[in-house]
Write a protein that binds this ligand. Structure first.
Ligand code: ADE
Ligand code: ZN
Length: 341
């Protein structure tokens, strides 16, 4: 089957399920917020910051990413960051966006949880009003910090628990196995939250198995190293546990040496519920369409592969059924309109 034409990807309806808001801060907005808040940065200019976007590992990236957070202080800052992302991906025909934020990285610096949360929520509400976009907030624990810290974050979120979509787990994967967070994930489920966790990005296949078996997640973020364990791949396919894969991120962080060596297409063919996402779009060279296009080109994805990836995104979304049906109808309409004559 021929590779899908790039122009078709632009209008394909999409759901984004794995994107860290702090990783959507473009250099110009980051410097704009630094100026507004009187924060001095370790980079002398936007160009110098962009020069730092050459990473040899996840930790290498996280060092730059954490340093940039210093510019985020007020509710307005969180609104501006979130709105810039939502407006940008509306242009990529994202109909549904679930956004990660790492509350601990902000509250530790003295930012109030409420200011962070309300700024993000207001931007999501505006995207719903203006674009009909659906979405929600995923609170990402940082795995390098303690279980006690995780409980404290969940406690801070309790007043807005019914406006939180789910709990996630990110930060440096090695050497932080998932088991430390079993009770935190139980508490999240008690609050009615969905759950997901980063695993198998730099960490081994056993971490992927652990987030499924111990943390009992609804989705795995990345998960690509599951391939080191063929029995696990089979189990993920049987259970239809979604993987939120981030192709450009994986190449930038050297999880794969090049896009042609990415295992996304192999996992798709093995029946795993793979989705495409951008992770930290301002740092890794692109938003949703760029991730779809780079994957389609390098891996010779056909139109039906790409439709399956988009469909998986809506099926894996933490969405009420009525909205899932509404979005899938848009995808079906795209398939009908784009069918070859
Ligand atoms: N936080 C932001 N991006 C991340 C990634 N790719 N892996 C783990 N934690 C992250
Ligand atoms: Zn991530």
């Amino acid at each position: 089957m021929p590779t899908i034409e790039r122009a078709l990807i632009e209008t394909l309806p999409k759901a984004e399920l794995h994107m860290h808001l702090e990783g959507s801060l473009e250099a110009d907005l980051l410097f704009g917020l630094a100026g507004r808040n009187g924060v001095s940065l370790r980079w002398s200019s936007e160009a110098a910051l962009r020069e730092a976007y050459r990473f040899s590992s996840l930790q290498d990236f996280l060092d730059v990413y954490y340093a940039g957070l210093a510019v985020l202080l007020t509710e307005q800052d969180f609104f501006d960051m979130t709105w810039a992302y939502l407006e940008r991906v509306h242009a990529d025909r994202v109909l549904h966006a679930e956004v990660f934020v790492s509350p601990q990285a902000h509250t530790r610096r003295g930012v109030a949880f409420e200011a962070m949360f309300e700024g993000i929520a207001a931007a999501l509400a505006q995207a719903h009003d203006r674009f009909g976009m659906t979405g929600g907030v995923l609170l990402g624990l940082q795995r390098q910090w303690s279980e006690e810290d995780a409980f404290a974050m969940i406690e801070q979120a309790r007043p807005v628990a019914d406006r939180v979509l789910g709990l996630g787990l990110g930060g440096p994967e090695l050497p932080h196995p998932p088991a430390k967070f079993v009770r935190a994930f139980e508490r999240a489920r008690d609050l009615g939250w969905k759950t997901c966790a980063h695993a198998g990005e730099e960490g081994p296949a056993s971490y992927v198995a652990d987030v499924v078996d111990l943390l009992r997640v609804d989705r795995v973020d990345h998960g690509v190293r599951c391939e080191d364990d063929p029995a696990l791949v089979e189990r993920l396919a049987d259970l239809q546990v979604p993987l939120t894969v981030c192709p450009l991120s994986n190449v930038e962080l050297k999880v794969f040496p090049s896009m042609r060596e990415h295992n996304l297409a192999r996992l798709l063919r093995a029946g795993v519920k793979v989705t495409i996402n951008s992770d930290d779009p301002s740092y890794f060279g692109g938003y949703m369409n760029a991730n779809f296009e780079a994957s389609a080109t390098a891996l010779d994805l056909s139109r039906s592969d790409v439709v399956q990836l988009a469909r998986n995104g809506f099926e894996a979304a933490f969405l009420p059924e009525a909205e899932r049906v509404r979005h899938l109808a848009q995808l079906d309409a795209w398939v009908a309109a784009s069918a070859a004559p």
